[in-house]
Write a new protein. Structure first.
Length: 456
């Protein structure tokens, strides 16, 4: 098809003639008899061009123009009317119409205007895509499973709006990748995408990190800091692990979301910001509300639309294409080609993947590194996870083995314990900290101190 058009006109005869000519020219056209039905049918992801009559009962074409421009400013709107004059044309163009045609119009006049509008739309899309790729914000989502197809369809519909989105799911499922997809498919795609891991920043520093501070606001504040909210102005702010924001700071975040202003620490006046908020968590926020550690009003402000990214075990169909994608990408980076034979793929399909896509990618990286030829083997895979009943020693007895007579390094022991806790919890820092019975920021400090990766 040459393009997708929404054609809104209450004149049945004129509409039918235009539909015939447009479809004959190869366009995919959806008709609507009035403004109300047209707006109901409209979706930014479904159309490349909107053609609307101006004089219609109920919702006028000018109202249709304003609403569509408000939802998707990049989609051109072609206005037609039998009551046209210079003043009407000027008003429509000021409201954002791409072009203006008076009725009755000739077939060639309509097709020429549509062709020019489509060319403009394609050119704008190409330029936008090039800028996005150059920025490095976008990340490819590889999937063939029905659950992910439904999720991506919903995400793309939400992307066209400015709604706040809460992305939930287990650690390693790709919540930030989903957030990036929403950003690059939104009208803010050419604006900044600013991500902040709320769990990796100590609570006493998070306020300044998010909202900024004025010079002299506290000891060490030697200059003004704008903060992540203001850095994301005109774009998207992604709050990862939002459940870890201290309750004392949640009220200030709620004000920023409601009022669209930020209060920098030590500043005299709030600063307005134009930011879309995407948040993510692997925690059950309703449980946190019951515990009293998360504000209910903040939860509802964040959860305008919830997108749950399913774990890998719920979409095993995605494992083969993900493996092929990761192996091809990683091997190409090393100047190689590596194939994954059916036996190895079958073993990957049998594994539980508690660390989800992140764990799968790490396994693929190991395969590419250890592969001696151009085909991966079972020896290149990490050992399969052991069931609890298969573990011996301290796991089975619930006690530590005797201390060695020659002594041991307490630092090495602490590092090994942290690594084992992370492996047990699939790389989830919050769960590992709870397992070790230490505050999360203490575990984050230990990870940085010892250079331990989440995916050990």
């Amino acid at each position: 098809m040459a393009g997708r058009i929404l054609f809104i006109d209450d004149d049945l005869a004129g509409r039918e003639v235009a539909l015939f000519n447009l479809r004959k020219a190869g366009y995919d056209v959806t008709p609507a008899p009035d403004g109300r039905e047209g707006l109901k049918a409209f979706s930014p992801a479904s159309f490349d061009l909107v053609i609307t009559d101006l004089k219609m009962p109920g919702i006028s074409g000018m109202d249709v123009l304003r609403k569509i421009r408000g939802q998707a400013s990049d989609i051109p709107v072609l206005v037609i009317t039998a009551f046209g004059n210079v003043e009407t044309a000027v008003t429509a163009m000021k409201e954002g119409a791409y072009d203006f045609i008076g009725k009755p119009f000739h077939r060639d006049q309509l097709l020429l205007a549509v062709e020019k509008a489509m060319d403009r739309r394609r050119l704008a899309t190409e330029v936008r895509d090039l800028r996005i790729r150059a920025s490095g914000v976008g990340r490819e989502i590889v999937s063939v499973s029905p659950p992910m197809a439904r999720l991506l369809e919903t995400a793309d519909r939400v992307a066209a709006t400015d709604a706040t989105v809460l992305i939930t799911g287990e650690s390693g499922t790709g919540k930030e990748v989903m957030a990036r997809r929403i950003h690059v498919r939104s009208s803010r795609a050419e604006g900044p995408f600013v991500a902040v891991n709320c769990a990796a920043i100590p609570g006493e520093l998070l306020e300044s990190e998010l909202f900024g501070h004025a010079r002299g606001a506290f000891t060490g504040a030697v200059r003004d800091r704008v903060g992540r909210f203001r850095r994301a102005d005109g774009g998207t702010l992604f709050l990862d692990e939002v459940a870890e924001i201290p309750r004392a700071l949640q009220g200030k975040l709620l004000r920023a979301l409601q009022e669209r202003v930020v209060d920098a620490v030590g500043a005299d006046a709030p600063v307005p910001v134009d930011v879309r908020i995407l948040a993510a968590t692997n925690r059950d926020l309703t449980a946190r509300i019951r515990e009293g550690t998360f504000r209910e009003d903040l939860y509802y402000r964040l959860n305008v639309v919830e997108l749950r990214v399913p774990p890998l075990r719920e979409r095993p169909q995605d494992i083969p294409p993900l493996v092929r994608h990761f192996v091809s990408e990683l091997a190409a980076g090393a100047g190689r080609e590596v194939a994954v034979p059916p036996g190895v793929m079958g073993e990957l399909l049998r594994r539980p993947w508690p660390g989800n896509v992140r764990e799968l990618r790490n396994t693929c990286e190991r395969m590419v590194i250890l592969c001696r030829g151009d085909e991966a083997s079972m020896e290149d895979l990490p050992p399969p996870p052991r069931l609890p009943e298969e573990r011996g020693g301290e796991d089975a007895a619930g006690e530590w083995p005797p201390l060695p007579a020659e002594g041991l390094s307490l630092i090495d022991l602490e590092k090994r314990v942290i690594e084992r806790a992370l492996r047990t919890k699939g790389g989830n820092i919050t769960q590992a900290a709870a397992y070790l019975r230490i505050p999360r920021h203490v575990l984050v400090y230990r990870l940085e101190k010892y250079g331990i990766r989440r995916d050990v």
